[in-house]
Design a protein around this ligand. Structure first.
Ligand code: NDP
Length: 262
């Protein structure tokens, strides 16, 4: 029997990484609206403070932690603190991410490693920290924020595409390895979303014309617009909720149709 309550996150603890602003903030806000208790982290204290104030402004009493998601020891410590102070994490969203737009031949191995570290190694580290308690509790939801670049390559994003492609496969692997423990691990692949990360691509040129990439996106996206962080809210709540309990190992592309058209 279908029940709309299966979309509710009441009583759930959700940990969203890198969620002081942008996509993570939007997803965490949607989770709060669906009834979850929100925990987030960011890499700097000033970002956490900014995030806490932004959540408060919209009536959400969030818990914020400073933690670099690439630092395994720090992640383990924070997850332990969350479990003690807030509760076992029911929903993890691996959202923190970086991009470096550099042509491959100009990219240093150190730049490449840094992107892989944040966008691929960190979701492994954070997932590894939360899964044992999810197993004990008998359920868990992990959502990895992937990208269209989990499927495509483009000029200047070799490291990002390698990391997000890897994250798609980590998603499938967590599903295969821990699905039997009632843990669902899925990904969301946002299309081009208007956030600070993509702001340089929307800047007007010196002559007032659109950035060539901006024109490309508007021409190639059937929706004929950039996505908004809010476009990810419904899909994220679905994947975090009991409504998706038999959905495992998938990437849900939220891209205005661009992957179907490009
Ligand atoms: P933002 O850069 O706006 O936000 C990411 C957050 O993660 C920032 O607060 C950032 O802090 C934080 N962060 C970065 N590194 C670390 C770290 N080592 N430890 C903890 N926190 C860290 O990104 P978006 O909101 O645009 O994107 C969120 C996710 O969505 C990312 O994984 C991104 O790759 C993905 N995505 C975004 C798309 C888009 O169009 N915007 C498209 C497809 C995927 P700081 O500000 O200091 O860097």
């Amino acid at each position: 029997m279908f029940d709309l309550d299966s979309f509710s996150l009441k009583g759930k603890v959700a940990f969203v990484t890198g969620a002081s602003y942008g996509i993570g903030f939007a997803i965490a806000s949607a989770f709060a609206k669906a009834g979850a208790t929100i925990v987030f982290n960011d890499i700097k204290q000033e970002l956490v403070d900014k995030g806490l104030a932004s959540y408060k402004e919209i009536g959400i009493d969030a818990h914020g932690y400073v933690c670099d998601v690439t630092d395994e020891e720090a992640v383990n410590k924070v997850v332990k603190q969350i479990e003690e102070k807030v509760g076992i994490i029911d929903i993890l969203v691996n959202n923190a991410g970086i991009i470096k737009r550099i042509p491959m031949l100009e990219m240093t191995a150190s730049d490449f490693r840094q992107v892989i570290d944040v966008d691929l190694n960190a979701p492994f580290i954070v997932s590894k920290a939360v899964i044992p308690s999810m197993i004990k509790k008998g359920h868990g939801k992990i959502i990895n924020i992937c990208s269209m670049m989990s499927e495509l390559g483009r000029e200047t994003v070799s490291a990002y595409a390698a990391a997000k492609g890897g994250l798609k496969m980590l998603t499938r692997n967590i599903c295969s390895e821990y699905g039997a423990y009632n843990i669902q691990c899925n990904g969301i692949g946002p299309g081009y979303i208007a956030t600070p990360q993509t702001a340089p691509l929307r800047e007007k040129q010196a002559d007032g014309s659109r950035h060539p990439f901006d024109s490309f996106i508007l021409a190639k996206t059937p929706a004929e617009r950039w996505g908004e962080a809010a476009d990810l809210m419904g899909p994220a709540v679905f994947l975090a909720s009991d409504a998706s309990n038999f959905v495992n190992g998938h990437i849900l592309y939220v891209d205005g149709g661009i992957l179907a058209y490009i």
